[in-house]
Design a protein around this ligand. Structure first.
Ligand code: G4P
Length: 293
């Protein structure tokens, strides 16, 4: 897929080049970067060039929206990243869970050497400067608000950076660049794009809504059958196709149009809305493979 409409962003090659440059320039101003990803899609919600873009900086990975993700999968992902030598933490910017661990974890892990150096030279009071990077909709603005302890203006989802730089003083004295790097997602990978569409991170129109809901239902029937059964009070047969599952949901919800036909479009909207709102339970859409955990 090329130049896919991600929310309102058009990620043209020129925008990507501008974003790369802006991130590189901002990285020079900070001690560390926080890469924020969605705990439900820890691979698909990562920028494809992130390891290159951030190679020069100590980094922490924040698996956000952990309130919506399967806790055991989140633990497996944290182990996965830690095994790769990356500091990783689960956070929930909605409730604030895990936020107070972000700076201490940074200081105790990837910034340990810097902290020790500062201690030796009597500079322990110097603030840690941090910037946030992530694809649209992962929770960058929410994280800034949480860390800052106040509500700030929504960060615009625009490729490149045009606003004036501003440092936000955090309650603990550390400083945050009030301008997260907005990165492009993995559009070259169709299945990653579909998982991002399930969570609403990219616009639904990469697929028609019914196809999207059917794909989600098939994933759930295979990986979280109990959640589906409990939410919609449906039976799941081994050979159920996506359309059969969608019709079962529509039927149970009384979404019938004239002649007894099921309104599968309404059913699809319901399934996607309820999944995104966490009503089907805590669900993760991708898992590290067994050897990687
Ligand atoms: P962005 O800057 O990276 O684009 O993301 P932003 O903070 O705007 O968050 C995108 C959406 O995700 C928002 O919902 C936000 O409330 C929600 N969100 C952020 N962090 C969490 C989290 O840890 N858990 C849950 N459940 N949701 C989270 P929205 O519907 O777009 O807006 P609103 O509900 O805040 O009005």
């Amino acid at each position: 897929m090329e130049n896919t409409d991600m929310k309102t962003i058009q990620w043209f090659p020129g925008h990507m080049a501008k974003t790369r440059r802006a991130i590189a320039a901002n990285l020079k101003l900070v001690d560390a970067a926080a890469e924020i990803i969605d705990a439900r899609t820890p691979m698909s919600s990562r920028n494809p060039e992130i390891d290159n873009l951030l190679s020069s900086k100590p980094r922490i990975i924040l698996l956000n929206k952990c309130d919506l993700a399967d806790s055991s999968a989140t633990s497996a992902w944290i182990n996965y990243f830690r095994n790769k030598g990356l500091a990783a933490l689960a956070v929930d910017c909605k409730s604030g869970k895990g936020i107070n661990k972000v700076i201490p974890t940074l200081k105790n892990t990837v910034l340990k050497e810097l902290m020790e150096k500062r201690q030796k030279s009597g500079m322990t009071g110097a603030p840690v400067r941090l910037m946030i990077v992530g694809i649209p909709n992962v929770g960058k603005s929410s994280l800034i608000n949480r860390l800052a302890g106040s509500k700030r203006a929504k960060v615009e989802d625009r490729p490149g950076v045009t606003r004036t730089k501003q440092w936000v003083k955090l309650p603990d004295g550390n400083e945050l660049l009030d301008m997260p790097g907005v990165l492009w997602p993995k559009f070259e990978d169709q299945s990653a794009a579909v998982r991002l569409a399930f969570t609403g991170a990219v616009s639904d129109d990469i697929l028609d809504i019914e196809t999207l809901a059917m794909k989600l239902l098939l994933f759930l029937a295979e990986n979280y059958p109990q959640s589906l059964k409990e939410r919609y009070k449906i039976d799941i047969e081994e050979n159920d196709t996506g359309i059969i599952l969608l019709e079962k949901v529509g039927k149970k919800r009384g979404m019938v149009i004239s002649g007894g036909e099921i309104n599968t479009e309404r059913a699809a909207i319901t399934v996607l809305d309820e999944f995104r709102g966490g009503k089907l339970g805590k669900i993760t859409l991708e898992f590290p493979s067994v050897g990687e955990q």
